[in-house]
Design a protein around this ligand. Sequence first.
Ligand code: C5P
Ligand code: MG
Length: 208
Amino acid sequence: MDKTNFDPSEATVVFVLGGPGAGKGTQCEKIKNDYKFVHLSAGDLLREEQKREGSEYGELIQNYIRDGLIVPMEVTIALLKNAMKESFEKENKTHFLIDGFPRKMDQAEKFEETVVEPKFVLYFKCSEEVLLKRLLERGETSGRVDDNIESIKKRFRVFEETSLPVIEAYEKRDKVRQINSEQTVEEVYSDVKKVFESLGLRDHLFYT
Ligand code: C5P
Ligand code: MG
């Protein structure tokens, strides 16, 4: 890829999905060190944009996040595209973990149309009971406006109704690698590594 001209269709993208509290962010932090991927969390990018002075979307994002609703895809896709472009231009990075995206079918379709098809989808599967316990614990220190019981319930409903169908659609295309994320962080990561190794994803380090 020409360094001055980012072509997102040549990027390697892995979507990282799972209910709220499934451990997406925790595992991405580990993967990025071992496999030299850039970790882009859609939720984190939205929270940053929400806080950015002068953002025209600040209030909209805040309201959507509090209610656990999916922010209109144009906003999220633009933030992801910008972040990918920046990583490429600054650090020549071409491998991206996209965490918490796509959460809705229209996001998946638009991203594939205008950016790139994901190499695969890493799905951290976890029961609501375990997720709830983790989120309430996290809520004690996270400072997130949505780590409270009311928002959590709404997020669970949106995950079931809106986000699970995205995972099912990728399953039909044989793109999902499912991992039991009720295990400990280290156990989950050991399963994650098996997926990355089986796909030869360490090799890209030798070429970049
Ligand atoms: O992934 P995370 O739990 O950080 O997402 C927090 C919130 O950000 C979601 O509940 C949703 O309101 C918003 N979001 C979104 N679209 C995404 C990812 C997150 O609207 N693809
Ligand atoms: Mg997260």
